[in-house]
Design a protein around this ligand. Structure first.
Ligand SMILES: [Fe+2]
Ligand SMILES: [Fe+2]
Length: 391
């Protein structure tokens, strides 16, 4: 059974975008290298119309029982036209051919509308964008020529943000052993990536820390859970051999951000979700879908991408309940998935059970999980003050 790649470029005014094709090829080959996937054939389509795809149709008619997966750079290469795209996806599913999309699939506004989510669709427009200081800092940090002085100057201009970053860095949650007293010192010691994560999580916390009255959603428990999962994720990452270049603590702190979005922007429906008891996360997410139209991972995905959050944040927010779906940050998603189960076991006072496959994925032992569980229980009173924290 073969693995094939499909590239597509749309010809406009007789011009073919070579850039488009070479970027798709580079993204796919890079992805396959990282994931050890051998591509047997690469198909290249140049077309004028979004729904005129002779090469793709040919693949579809000749691939049954010979192709097991098709790799694409993004779903728009199938077509930006939703009906055509859905038809192709259904056909491949029927032929049992897996589609691997190298660049994360973003839930489009049209998908939200097609689900007929009246309250949410209206209110989603009111979700604030990230404060300018955050978007500016993220932008500046992408530039390799930025010095820590420049960044420190920008962050230090915002007294509230500076205080929150220093408080978090020096807290027992973060577990950094040395006292850090200035932003510049924090940047030098922790590096741009960690600081980027810290300022994002500190700002989002500030934006959503206020509880809204009359809601059955418990804000205090929510942030306590978030901090517990972030702490457990950092501990698990230390046991595992994953690349620590990204700051898993901050990204996992925001793993359930979709819940607070639903609680705030689809308040009545989410209150109904929160009033029931659930045996599993799956049941809980089904209930979110029934009442609100989207579960917290799906709405979190929409918001994370619209805020332009770093890839690790988007992947964790979207895939922490289905880590196997993350092609780019699967190990980190497994870590947050396990950390989430540890936190839930403590919150519900129930026994912890973790799948061996998940442990293998991040290369840690059952004993490591038990020790994170025990440390978290021993320090659980640390998480009680979360509502006073970072304000
Ligand atoms: Fe979750
Ligand atoms: Fe969670």
């Amino acid at each position: 059974m073969k693995t094939i790649a499909y590239l597509c470029s749309y010809e406009q005014n007789n011009e073919i975008s070579e850039m488009q094709i070479s970027k798709q090829r580079a993204d796919i080959l890079n992805f396959c290298k990282v994931h050890n996937i051998n591509v047997d054939e690469i198909y290249n389509e140049i077309t004028e119309k979004y729904d005129y795809k002779p090469v793709l149709l040919n693949i579809m008619s000749e691939s049954y029982n010979t192709v097991e997966r098709i790799i694409i750079a993004n779903f728009d290469v199938i077509s930006p036209n939703k009906d055509f795209k859905d038809w192709v996806k259904d056909e491949f599913a029927r032929m049992k051919i897996e589609i691997i999309c190298v660049n994360s699939e973003i839930i489009m506004q049209e998908d939200i509308q097609s689900k007929n989510i009246s309250a949410l669709t209206e209110n989603i427009k009111n979700i604030p964008s990230l404060p300018e200081i955050i978007t500016k800092s993220i932008e500046i940090m992408q530039d390799k020529n930025t010095s820590s002085e420049t960044l420190a100057k920008i962050i230090s201009n915002d007294i509230g943000l500076t205080a929150r970053v220093l408080k978090l860095v020096n807290s027992s949650y973060y577990g950094f052993p040395k006292q850090i007293s200035t932003v510049k010192q924090a940047i030098t010691i922790l590096g741009f990536t960690t600081i980027k994560g810290l300022i994002i999580s500190a700002s989002v916390f500030k934006m959503f820390s206020e509880s809204s009255s009359g809601s059955a959603f418990n804000y205090k428990n929510f942030w306590k859970h978030s901090m517990m999962v972030a702490t457990a994720s950092r501990m698990l990452a230390e046991y595992s051999d994953i690349d620590k270049s990204e700051d898993i603590f901050s990204a996992s702190f925001l793993h359930d951000i979709g819940k607070i979005i639903l609680a705030k922007y689809d308040r009545e429906n989410y209150s109904k979700v929160c009033k029931q008891n659930y045996k599993t996360d799956f049941d809980f997410m089904k209930s979110e879908e029934n009442f609100c139209g989207l579960n917290h991972c799906e709405i979190g995905n929409v918001v994370a991408y619209s805020w332009n959050l770093p890839e690790l944040f988007c992947e964790i927010i979207s895939n922490h309940h289905n880590p196997e779906k993350s092609y780019k940050c699967a190990q980190e998603c497994y870590i947050v998935n396990i950390a989430n189960k540890i936190a839930e076991a403590i919150e519900s006072n129930e026994n912890l059970s973790i799948d061996d496959i998940a442990l293998e994925k991040i290369n840690i032992s059952g004993q490591n999980v038990i020790s994170v569980h025990e440390k978290l229980i021993a320090n659980s009173s640390d998480f009680d003050d979360i509502d006073k924290f970072l304000k």
